[in-house]
Structures are given as C-alpha cells and as structure tokens.
Design a protein around this ligand. Structure first.
Ligand SMILES: NC(=O)c1ccc[n+]([C@@H]2O[C@H](COP(=O)([O-])OP(=O)(O)OC[C@H]3O[C@@H](n4cnc5c(N)ncnc54)[C@H](OP(=O)(O)O)[C@@H]3O)[C@@H](O)[C@H]2O)c1
Length: 186
C-alpha cells in the first residue's frame, strides 16, 4: 500500500473555498465586501451558526502564502487551530500554531499532515488549490457560492489537470443566500 493509500484510510483533505456565481474567489483589489450578505436573504435557509460544529472538527488548515498575508491584513480567521502555510519565502509567524512548509506537496501531505491530523482543510488560494488538485491530493470539495456576480477577479480554478468525477454529498442553503456544495471524489 502506498503512503497516499494509507492516508486515505486515516485522513481527509477538504478543499474549502467561497466563489462568486461567476467563479471568482477574490477581487483584484482584494476587497471582501462581496462576502457580506444579510441574514434574511433566504428565509428557508439555515443560520450560519449551524456551521460552528463543523468548524470545530477541523484539525488543521493549509494555505498558500498570499492567502496567509491577506488573512493577516483582515484579522486571523483560523483561531488556535494548527495552520500550515506553503511558501518558499521567510515569513513572520503570527501565532505559535502557524508553521511554514516549502517543498514537495505530496511529502507535505504524507509526511507532515497525515500522521498528525485527520480532518485537514485546504483553504486557498487558487494557486495552492490548483496544485493540490493536479496532484490528486483532494478528497472532498466544499464550495460555498456567494449570491453575487463579480465580473472580474481571481479565478476559482485554473488549470487543475485532468477531468475527474465528483459525487455530490450534501447541499446546504444558508439564510444569507450562500449555498454550500459538498462533493467527494467519485
Ligand atoms: N474566496 C475564498 O474562499 C478565498 C480563499 C482563500 C484565498 N482567497 C483569496 O485568494 C487570493 C490568494 O490566492 P492566490 O492564488 O493568489 O495565492 P495562494 O494560493 O494563497 O498563495 C500562492 C503562494 O503559495 C505558495 N505556493 C502555492 N503553490 C505552491 C506550490 N505548489 N509549491 C510551493 N509553494 C506554493 C507560493 O508562495 P511563495 O510565493 O511565498 O513562495 C505562492 O506564491 C487572496 O486574495 C485571498 O484573499 C479567497
């Protein structure tokens, strides 16, 4: 059994991103007002707080350096959960829970993450997610769709490799009008 097969038995990598209706994850100026939406936009939806339990079950976040730098500007959203930042640069660690990784992403998963964490969330950005998808390292995709067309910006997925089938596991509609789609590798 390969290391990747062993990983499949004990840890899961979930790619989680928020996209606009037209497939963008960020504006060119990095402003985030497009992520705001009133709590009463969709009456039959569930409240955002219902996602709290899910978030508590995350053992580790993985992110690219640009997402890390943007998170530092906006205010740290990952709490005390261990967070691994992929970068080839020397960056400041803002918390003890942050560590940096440079190098082969398969080794990151098989040797650094999987032995320590079961529920691993890859939370962007586009460049790092594309790399994970190309290498077949993603087990689950959780895509939240925001009720807005941005018209322009940073694309959700670029050249992420070959065609792969994903099985719809769940759909959650929130009161804010956001819809979360959950897919497992088919
Ligand atoms: N809507 C959402 O859900 C969401 C989620 C996350 C981020 N975002 C937004 O997306 C933007 C950032 O995304 P991005 O695609 O520009 O950048 P990114 O993926 O966050 O970071 C790219 C950087 O990560 C490192 N990296 C990525 N792939 C690598 C690999 N295979 N090997 C080694 N290092 C690798 C490199 O760091 P170095 O250059 O330091 O070596 C690279 O420059 C921000 O605006 C952020 O706010 C949106």
């Amino acid at each position: 059994m390969s290391q990747s097969d062993e990983r499949a038995n004990r840890s899961t990598i979930t790619l989680h991103m928020v996209s606009s209706l037209d497939g963008f994850i960020a504006r060119h100026d990095n402003s985030v007002s497009w992520l705001e939406s009133p709590d009463d936009a969709y009456e039959r939806g569930v409240p955002e707080e219902s996602a709290a339990e899910l978030i508590q079950g995350i053992h580790c976040y993985v992110l690219g350096s640009r997402t890390y730098e943007h998170a530092l500007e906006l205010g740290w959203p990952y709490g005390d959960t261990p967070t691994v930042v992929v970068t080839g640069r020397e960056l400041p660690a803002v918390k003890e829970t942050v560590e940096f990784y440079s190098g082969d992403l398969r080794k990151l998963v098989d040797e650094v993450l999987a032995p320590r964490y079961q529920n691993i969330w890859l939370v962007g950005g586009a460049m790092l997610c594309d790399s994970f998808l190309r290498l077949g390292l993603v087990d689950e995709i959780r895509l939240a769709i925001a009720p807005v067309l941005l018209g322009d910006g940073l694309r959700l997925f670029g050249a992420s490799g070959s065609e792969t089938r994903w099985r719809l596991e769940d759909v959650v509609a929130y009161k804010t009008g956001f819809v979360e789609l959950v897919y497992r590798k088919g």
